[in-house]
Ligand binder design. Structure first.
Ligand SMILES: Nc1ncnc2c1ncn2[C@@H]1O[C@H](COP(=O)(O)OP(=O)(O)OP(=O)(O)O)[C@@H](O)[C@H]1O
Length: 236
């Protein structure tokens, strides 16, 4: 078990193809993933984001089935979206409320928690992400690294079963990347992590890795082995 997650029903793709316009972005992919922290690597256009979007319920499979923590992505998208939080590379696109505290609280909209309970949860989460001093600041005035921590804070406060992060450190400098990585890879995070990244050092810190090429998974297993396979393919 990872927190409350049932390992027997983590991420399952069976014969999944995703056609986007004229492109076959994923080509007959079968994967059963139970690890806590999964890195997804591969060249530009290899299908990583399409895979992440399918698992997150943002893209539909053209063929095959996608199940995430027991939920069939084609049949119950609403439940899937409640189970999953997604963080993208562009932190600006993820801010929805004027201040930092309001933006985090927005993630708890629709829950049955009282105002006082929400305020307490937001205060705890801001503290965890080192954002307490910025609570009343305009979210738009934060640095890129602070914005990405804010996005992660909002994603995690929902207590998702699965956190999908699609190139979350792409626009960050080394120091901010390290801060975001430490939060992402926290070993007791309580959720499964699916991390799409071009940062191979980050991928190496996960529990398992997948290598995509041309819409297919061409290597899967221990991150060091999969990264070595990727490096070899780049030299070929
Ligand atoms: N909305 C779309 N319409 C048509 N083709 C698309 C669409 N989105 C992605 N594709 C194509 O699907 C393929 C896989 O794209 P995807 O974004 O999944 O790759 P990626 O591995 O995440 O790439 P990157 O590392 O550049 O983000 C590419 O050939 C891409 O051009």
């Amino acid at each position: 078990m990872i927190g409350d997650i049932d390992q027997s029903s983590a991420i399952r793709l069976d014969g999944v193809t995703a056609r986007l316009g004229d492109t076959v972005a994923l080509d007959d992919v079968t994967l059963h993933l139970d690890d806590a922290r999964i890195a997804v690597i591969g060249a530009n256009g290899s299908g990583k984001s399409t895979f992440a979007r399918l698992v997150g319920g943002l893209t539909r499979a053209t063929a095959g089935s996608v199940r995430v923590h027991g939920v069939d992505a084609a049949k119950d998208t609403a439940t899937l979206r409640r189970l999953v939080s997604i963080v993208f590379s562009n932190p600006d696109a993820q801010i929805v409320m004027p201040t930092v505290a309001e933006d985090v609280a927005f993630s708890l909209r629709g829950t049955k928690a009282s105002k006082a309970d929400i305020a307490a949860q937001v205060a705890d989460a801001l503290d965890e992400f080192g954002l307490t001093a910025l609570a009343d600041r305009s979210a738009y005035e934060l640095s890129g690294g602070q914005k990405q921590l804010l996005a992660l804070c909002g994603a995690v406060i929902r207590r998702p079963a699965l956190l999908i992060a699609d190139e979350p450190t792409a626009y960050l400098d080394a120091r901010n990347s390290a801060a975001v990585a430490d939060h992402l890879l926290h070993p007791e995070a309580g959720h499964q992590l699916l991390l799409v990244t071009h940062d191979l050092e980050l991928a190496a810190r996960c529990d398992t890795a997948l290598l995509f090429d041309g819409g297919r998974v061409v290597a899967q297993g221990a991150p060091d082995d999969v990264i070595a396979a990727y490096r070899a393919s780049l030299r070929a």
